[in-house]
Design a binder for this molecule. Structure first.
Ligand SMILES: *Cc1c(COP(=O)(O)O)cnc(C)c1O
Length: 820
């Protein structure tokens, strides 16, 4: 590996300040310094980037294209420096230039091209793909505005645009030479080609130019730099005199508008399908551009398109990119003249689908009218896929008409994207053991019975490089001092810490690092919220998207309950607790926003009640995102993973907490099940209904929250406080909808997420948390064991499984030579 030279690096930073801003170090502001440092770092990694791609070409490697509407990568600079193991030279250079690396890193806006877990998973996967040396492209959209910035005003969430490209992105490279055209609308005509064959051609369409921007994904200390390719839309150059003369003025304006709107903004919905036309345009836009480029690139080096699946595999991150299937069919048939059967053979060998949820409101179904109007040729192809698939279903189940009803791709006036992905993909995977089992035996039972060979599990993971090495440098260094640094690229080794779990000195050191991280977070909270929190209190943390199924409401209702107990009995034995929340709600999700308001209102009352002596504090951290997440995980004692069992497909926040030595307080849902398997139930706090119990109640309708309300006075008191003005300065209506959702259901089922049902079990688990924390040594042992047993949850493990069992990729070694 080429060494990074400190003196050269310093010179580069100064040169960039001059060239970019005409400034010396003393004149430049922090943002300008960040830009200059970023360009200097990019200069260094670009040799590796070129060497990586030269190696891929020379070895004609098989490549995975990870197609995802979201990549929640966060900040790049700190992560790149970490992954260039020679980062000491950069750190020294920055220090000698009189700069503070933390301040410089803080200038970079998060690349928030994602909502939550699904987008962050894609980002962790890219980090692992590069670190493991697998050839890969991430393919996505260069949203002009990413996930909105959350501002809390009067306890309410406000959404502000995230203008992340305001100062430009020093790491990106625009690649206009790889631009392609993407077509929308019009109609499909049948024309004869030179050989007299029928050709399907889209006519009278509107189109945009898709322009790729490449971002480097740097592997850990291995010279591998893969590419995250995000597409922007520009108008096709028709706005000229020529088209004006032809009377195409109207069309030119429309096309320009189309190009302007497609990549404007990320839809801020997590686990929810809004069904907007622009969203489908975004999907086809980045899929068509990515697939066209992948096919072109393949054909530059090969001559038989029928073998493209030997060199290319497309992984669909949820159903969002499922039009991939039809777009590939279209290219193969309409542009390369393959027959249907030939094209189908290739397509079904190159597309694989990851399912991320079983919740009905998240399943993508598009109205036929919209779909066929926007994507007429793609729709034709899907109709034919459906026609053949229905025949296959009927052949398998000649006596059961309900199977077609349940499994058809087109049914009831809708295109069902999951059904398309399953019918055309060679692999369908869930994201945690429990989730995959639920898919196989409940949600996708019919598909599993017809094609069991497609189904497999790939339990999610996270990258320890960002969430421990970068986010928690104190703990990272301590671990390395104890067991060496193999854990950085092979997290299984972290289990070697287990031998220290009973060692009192190690326990003290471990908890002292936790304490320092709590002081760091307390400082952040003081600066951002103006609230004093005691780092000696238990830091009990729930950070994730705001969603009813994730049950932030259960958490805050329990806080209200605890506060009531403390008020009734001021002398009670009570260990001080800081409840920390962080969550964005989709802009249109009113109940979720109301829950944010409730958390803040409860905080206002409790934090300002001198009579409880600061024993409870409630903090809502504004604008939860990757950059502040790193600080939060490092400081957590308790990891709240309290979703209604069966609803959280995997969760990945749970893994980040575990890695950082927090104990899970959770339901047996998603990957919590596997976390408990690894660390042991005695080192976690498990409560609540099982997924089987939840699913049984959902079927039999036997749960009535009124029974609990009537029989449990403490719960009744808490619910009453939602509507008696206790937390709303006398406004009885502020939280009425939340109250009603628990008891009335308003058309739906009341308490759909079993909050009252699980309340007592949760409160009892919280009592176990308090008792356990009071036993310092025992807690320290458990915390250390959580870190030690987190090896399975590295995204490196997940990616090895995808690579071996689905993608069949080979690892590549990259040497940087003088030629690069
Ligand atoms: C990991 C992560 C998530 C996912 O959290 P869950 O608890 O699994 O829902 C969401 N947002 C950010 C910023 C994350 O880092």
């Amino acid at each position: 590996m080429k060494e990074l030279n400190k003196v050269e690096f310093k010179k580069e930073v100064e040169d960039y300040l001059k060239v970019l801003f005409r400034k010396s170090i003393n004149e430049a502001d922090d943002q300008q310094k960040f830009q200059a440092v970023a360009y200097a770092v990019k200069d260094f990694i670009v040799d590796q980037w070129m060497a990586t791609h030269r190696t891929y070409e020379e070895q004609d490697v098989k490549t995975v294209y990870y197609l995802s509407m979201e990549f929640l990568t966060g900040r790049a600079l700190g992560n790149i420096i970490i992954n260039l193991k020679g980062n000491q030279a950069i750190k020294d250079a920055i220090e000698e230039l009189g700069m503070d690396l933390d301040v410089i890193e803080d200038q970079e806006p998060d690349a928030a091209l994602g909502n939550g877990g699904l987008g962050r998973l894609a980002a962790c996967f890219l980090d692992s793909l590069s670190t493991l040396g697998y050839p890969a492209y991430g393919c996505g959209i260069r949203y002009k505005y990413g996930m909105f910035k959350q501002v809390i005003e009067n306890g309410y969430q406000l959404e502000k645009p995230d203008d992340w490209l305001k100062y430009g992105n020093p790491f990106e490279i625009k690649r206009p030479e790889y631009a392609v055209e993407v077509k929308f609308g019009g109609y499909v005509a049948i024309r004869k080609d030179e050989c007299g064959r029928d050709k399907f051609v889209q006519e009278n369409y509107q189109s945009v130019r898709a322009i790729p921007y490449d971002l480097p994904i740097v592997g850990y200390n291995n010279n591998v730099v893969n590419t995250l390719r995000i597409w922007d839309a520009e108008p096709i150059d028709t706005f000229n005199l020529d088209s004006f003369d032809k009377g195409d003025y109207q069309k030119a304006v429309e096309q320009e508008n189309l190009a302007r709107t497609i990549c404007e903004v990320l839809y801020p919905n997590d686990n929810h399908m809004a069904g907007k036309e622009l969203r489908l345009k975004q999907q086809y836009f980045f899929v068509s551009a990515s697939i066209q480029r992948a096919v072109m690139k393949y054909m530059e080096k090969h001559d038989d398109i029928r073998k493209i699946h030997e060199k290319v595999v497309f992984q669909l991150n949820d159903t969002h990119p499922t039009v991939t299937v039809a777009e590939l069919m279209r290219i193969l048939m309409d542009e390369y003249n393959l027959s249907w059967d030939e094209a189908w053979d290739v397509t079904t060998k190159s597309c694989a689908y990851t399912n991320h949820t079983i919740m009905s409101e998240a399943l993508e179904k598009w109205p036929l009218e919209l779909f066929s109007r926007l994507l007429p040729r793609i729709y034709q192809i899907i109709e034919e896929i459906n026609r053949r698939f229905v025949l296959q279903i009927q052949a398998a189940y000649p006596d059961d008409n309900s199977k077609v009803e349940k499994m058809a791709i087109i049914y009831d006036g809708q295109v069902k994207m999951a059904h398309l992905a399953i019918a055309a993909g060679f692999s369908v995977n869930g994201v945690a053991k429990l989730h995959t089992e639920i898919l196989k035996h409940q949600e996708l039972k019919d598909f599993y019975e017809m094609m069991p060979e497609k189904f497999n599990n790939k339990t999610n993971g996270i990258t320890q490089r960002r969430f421990l090495l970068h986010g928690n440098p104190l703990l990272a260094q301590w671990i390395t001092d104890k067991i060496g640094d193999d854990w950085i690229t092979n997290l299984k080794h972290i289990n070697e810490l287990s031998v220290y779990a009973d060692d009192e000195l190690s326990q003290k050191e471990f908890m002292n690092i936790k304490y320092k991280n709590k002081v760091r977070l307390a400082k952040y909270i003081k600066e951002h919220n103006g609230i004093e929190v005691d780092p000696r209190s238990i830091f009990d943390v729930q950070v994730k998207r705001l969603h009813e199924y994730k049950r932030q409401l259960l958490n805050i209702l329990h806080v209200m309950y605890l506060y009531n107990k403390l008020k009734q009995n001021p002398g009670m034995d009570f260990y001080p607790r800081t409840f920390i929340f962080g969550a964005k709600a989709s802009a249109g999700y009113m109940r979720a926003k109301s829950i944010i308001k409730l958390i803040n209102s409860v905080g206002d009352v409790i934090n300002n009640d001198a009579s409880i002596n600061g024993k409870i504090k409630v903090v809502f951290i504004e604008n939860y995102r990757v950059s502040n997440a790193e600080i939060i995980f490092a400081a957590a004692d308790v990891s709240e993973q309290i979703s209604t069992a069966s609803k959280e497909a995997s969760g990945t926040g749970n893994m980040k907490f575990m890695l950082n030595g927090a104990l899970t307080l959770g339901t047996m849902d998603g990957a919590n099940v596997e976390i408990v398997d690894e660390v042991g139930e005695e080192n976690a706090f498990i409560f609540g209904l099982s997924s089987d119990e939840v699913i049984a109640y959902e079927h039999n309708g036997q749960y009535n929250p009124r029974d609990i309300y009537n029989s449990d006075a403490d719960i009744r008191a808490v619910l009453t406080q939602l509507v008696d003005g206790t937390y709303s300065q006398g406004n009885f209506e502020e939280f009425r909808d939340i109250y009603n959702s628990l008891l009335d259901g308003q058309g739906g089922r009341p308490d759909m997420y079993f909050i009252l049902k699980d309340f007592r079990s949760y409160a009892e688990a919280q009592e176990r948390v308090e008792a356990a924390y009071k036993d310092e040594k025992k807690w320290a042992r458990s915390a250390m064991l959580n870190t030690a047993k987190s090896g399975k949850f590295s995204s490196d493990r997940t990616i090895e499984e995808y690579a071996k069992e689905i993608w069949h990729l080979d690892k590549v070694k990259v040497e940087v030579t003088d030629a690069d």
